[in-house]
Design a protein around this ligand. Structure first.
Ligand code: ATP
Ligand code: MG
Length: 402
């Protein structure tokens, strides 16, 4: 089956009134970006939909495979074009319906006519085309409400346009249409999911990772690079900032009693992250925290962590169960990377009995006995920035980048 173009529907973004133009522009450039290695792509944007054309027919297939992961698309349909004559339309209708499954399916024809000069009334057309299709596919059953196959025939001056199959899009909003944030990306299951969910709401991201060599290995770092790379497949590219965290972490362990060191470690991470955020001009920090999951994720702990900054901290997983999070991780293909068994900096220094209800006054008192400031700034300054393109470099010796 040869398709002439793909019709892309926006859904949510078409509701956004004043911001619509910006959203449409962003969506269009994200689509172009995601398909940039596929020959030349033409996109024509209308008020509430877009039409995409490829140069070669075989490129259509690849486009259809990639569109479902681009945020901001509600659904899309391949479109076949023919001459606006009854005979051509009937013939094309058979091709279009025949390109998909028909057994056990319900069916309906809908006609849209921009070209009022077309010499039939709509009900006549519906009967002519519908009857023709049913003679070819006697297994189809006509159904007016929610048919499996809705054959849409759009008759315009330049020709007739037919669609039958509707592919589901990823929904959400185009990445980059809702600002930029910094994702705290560990090697765990949760934080990549948190990044994905915010991207779905249109937020573009940089990622920051805290590494404590030699306690954390090169393979742990590769894992985080692979996670960041995976996130790139949902829209705009993700840059990764790797923070050398060993010195700061050791200072915390020396200065703060065991049961509060987890809280202070988190507060140090947050301060480093906040400075990187300011440097790159991001507006918020995203974490994968989920209420009650571990000692550092009680309301008391979160309060103590929040105290070090007034920057908004977005926690999209806060109300989710672990199983729900795992479900998404599997769906977006980060789960298998996340469960690779390499140590994270936090697990290595985890005390045996961290306070689940840290007292802020106590935390502040212990932190005041030592000047953490120079170590915080040093961690920020000595970070390694890995561009999205470098995440893809897989050969041995990738550590040269770091
Ligand atoms: P995850 O599965 O995302 O690692 P977790 O359940 O292991 O989460 P924690 O280890 O308490 O929970 O981490 C909570 C959040 O803190 C993480 O979701 C992540 O956003 C951030 N975080 C933890 N460790 C790191 C790290 N090494 N680098 C960057 N961010 C981190
Ligand atoms: Mg973790």
């Amino acid at each position: 089956m040869d398709w002439n173009e793909i019709l892309i529907r926006y859904g949510e973004i078409s509701l956004k009134g004043r911001n619509r133009n910006q959203f449409v522009r962003k969506l269009r450039s994200n689509i172009k970006n995601a398909l940039r290695d596929i020959g030349s792509i033409q996109i024509r944007a209308e008020r509430d939909r877009m039409f995409l054309q490829t140069e070669k027919q075989e490129e259509m297939k690849e486009v259809i495979e990639r569109l479902p992961s681009i945020f901001g698309i509600q659904s899309f349909s391949p479109v076949a074009q023919c001459e606006a004559t009854l005979d051509s339309i009937k013939q094309k209708a058979i091709e279009v319906i025949g390109s998909g499954e028909t057994v056990g399916c319900t069916f309906k024809v809908e006609i849209k006519r921009a070209d009022k000069s077309f010499p039939y009334v709509t009900s006549e057309l519906q009967q002519e085309i519908g009857g023709h299709v049913l003679r070819h596919f006697p297994e189809l059953v006509v159904q007016m409400k929610k048919p499996d196959i809705l054959l849409l025939v759009d008759i315009r001056e330049e020709g007739a346009f037919l669609t039958a199959k509707v592919y589901k899009g990823a929904g959400g909003m185009p990445v980059g249409s809702n600002g930029h944030s910094l994702l705290m990306l560990s090697g765990g299951i949760d934080s990549p999911v948190a990044g994905y969910l915010m991207m779905k709401r249109g937020v573009s991201i940089d990622a920051i990772h805290f590494a404590s060599p030699p306690y954390t290995s090169e393979l742990a770092q590769r894992k985080v690079m692979d996670l960041a790379e995976k996130l790139c497949s949902f829209g705009a590219s993700v840059r990764l900032h790797v923070i050398p965290f060993t010195e700061l972490q050791q200072a915390v362990v020396q200065q703060v009693p065991d049961n509060l060191s987890m809280t202070t470690t988190r507060r140090m991470m947050m301060q480093v992250a906040d400075r990187v955020r300011a440097e790159i001009g991001a507006m918020a920090i995203i974490t994968g925290e989920s209420l009650g999951q571990v000692a550092s994720q009680t309301l008391e702990s979160l309060t103590a962590i929040n105290e070090v900054t007034s920057t908004p901290i977005l926690r999209p997983l806060i109300a989710m169960d672990k199983l729900e999070i795992i479900d998404i991780a599997q769906r977006i293909d980060t789960y298998d990377i996340s469960i690779r068994p390499y140590e994270d900096c936090c697990t290595i220094f985890t005390p045996s009995n961290p306070k689940t209800k840290p007292k802020i006054e106590k935390v502040n008192r212990y932190e005041s006995y030592f000047d953490f400031e120079p170590l915080i700034q040093q961690a920020v300054n000595e970070r390694t920035v890995i561009e999205a393109a470098e995440l893809r470099v897989k050969e041995e010796g990738f550590m040269n980048l770091l």
